[in-house]
Design a protein around this ligand. Structure first.
Ligand SMILES: Cc1cc2nc3c(=O)[nH]c(=O)nc-3n(C[C@H](O)[C@H](O)[C@H](O)COP(=O)(O)OP(=O)(O)OC[C@H]3O[C@@H](n4cnc5c(N)ncnc54)[C@H](O)[C@@H]3O)c2cc1C
Length: 366
């Protein structure tokens, strides 16, 4: 029986760990804090392949969306998944032109994307203020949705454990490299855990494991800001994307909002009092569209770093010249996780290399 050591209990690590355990392997998951504490807990978690280029990156995100749907058939339930699609309109002229161009590209690529009327928009979103979309054209993406990553992670971790996987609460401080073979990991508590293959799913911390330089590749993280309101009966039903603010329900009446334009102002160290006025302004922008949101305040303001490999797309695969080591580091990990879980586990079990991943190998950095 092959022993896999999966580093990181985020959405990517738990997806891969479950599929490895399902295939009959011994699996140890090593996580320094509670499962799901990393980037997976600070994600807009919109499942989509909407703005993804080039085509091969778009394609794997499509495979991720399909894999999310397939989980419903496989398990009968998927309480983490919220469908209903996404709607988007742009009042800003430059952004509106970009949306039109994107719609053409997405139609060429057969992505479910259609223009809808204002009446249709208001049927989808009855709480939206009259005239909220102005004269803008309205795009609807019926196959998109959003995920509660914590619920997903808990489900897959529990299933993996039922199949014998073990979660170790340890901080990884070293990767044991003997010649060109990785044989295990070292932890802060002084422990060495030996295994046949180490699978690095630590996301933005993927280079911070005290490893040899030959086991690292460049990352280019960017700061993200997410605002979560206190519970408010606002009537927001799905992912809404506009000039100035994107938002969606976040469970129990909370709304999660994101303003990509504002994110560049901050670092992870930015004090909450600096973030608060921006959070208030972001909520106010959404409240102009959904009047029942007026008066809602921010319960949480989360600054996070996106786990982005150096050239912006996923890095999934072995590292050149090294045996017993595999990395799975990516942005869009919420969309990609269920697909990555399957294909990475199949590759690690000795199956043929997944063709759709051929342009996403970490070897491109070496
Ligand atoms: C603001 C923002 C918005 C986003 N929006 C979307 C979106 O709309 N759609 C989408 O698909 N994706 C989105 N993403 C990206 C997505 O959230 C990530 O790609 C995904 O969560 C990464 O999951 P992961 O499992 O790879 O990493 P993580 O969830 O970060 O898991 C890594 C784990 O490794 C653990 N770890 C780290 N170092 C060590 C160590 N030394 N020892 C032991 N354990 C360790 C951490 O504690 C953590 O639990 C967004 C990200 C951000 C920041």
């Amino acid at each position: 029986m092959t022993h896999f050591i999966v580093l990181g209990a985020g959405i990517v690590g738990t997806s891969i760990a479950y599929r490895l355990a399902e295939a009959g392997n011994a699996v140890t998951i090593v996580e320094r804090n509670h499962p799901g504490c990393g980037t997976s807990s600070t994600s807009f978690a919109w499942t989509n392949s909407n703005e993804k280029t080039p085509y091969d990156y778009y394609h794997i995100n499509m495979l991720g969306m399909r894999a999310h749907r397939a989980l419903g058939n496989e398990f009968g339930v998927r309480p983490w998944y919220h469908g209903g699609g996404a709607v988007e309109w742009r009042s800003d002229a430059v952004e509106a032109a970009e949306l039109s161009e994107r719609m053409e590209r997405l139609n060429d690529w057969s992505y479910p994307a259609e223009w809808i009327s204002r009446d249709e928009l208001h049927r989808l979103e009855p709480a939206l203020a009259d005239g909220a979309s102005g004269d803008a054209r309205i795009a609807y993406f019926p196959d998109e949705g959003w995920v509660d990553p914590t619920v997903y992670i808990e489900f897959f971790l529990r299933r993996a454990r039922e199949l014998g996987a073990v979660l170790r609460r340890e901080t990884v401080t070293g990767i044991v490299l003997r010649g060109t073979r990785v044989t295990g990991i070292r932890t802060q508590s002084g422990m060495t855990i030996e295994g046949d293959v180490v699978v690095n799913c630590t996301g933005r911390w993927a280079n911070d494991l005290g490893q040899d330089a030959s086991l690292s590749f460049p990352l280019a993280p960017t700061v993200g800001l997410l605002v979560v309101t206190r519970p408010a009966a606002s009537g927001v039903r799905r992912v809404i994307r506009t000039s100035g603010v994107n938002f969606r329900p976040d469970g129990a009446g909370r709304i999660m909002l994101q303003s990509e334009h504002d994110e560049a102002k901050f670092t992870l160290e930015s004090p909450q009092e600096e973030v608060r006025p921006v959070a208030d302004a972001v909520i106010a922008r959404a409240a102009r569209l959904y009047p029942d949101l007026l008066g809602a305040s921010a319960e949480g303001m989360r600054l996070a770093l996106r786990a982005i490999p150096g050239d912006g797309v996923s890095a999934v695969g072995p590292l050149p010249g090294i045996d017993g080591y595999y990395a799975a580091v990516t942005h869009s990990g919420v969309t990609l996780a269920p697909w990555l879980g399957r294909v990475v586990a199949a590759e690690l079990a000795g199956g043929a290399p997944e063709k759709a991943l051929e342009n996403f190998r970490p070897s491109r950095f070496f």
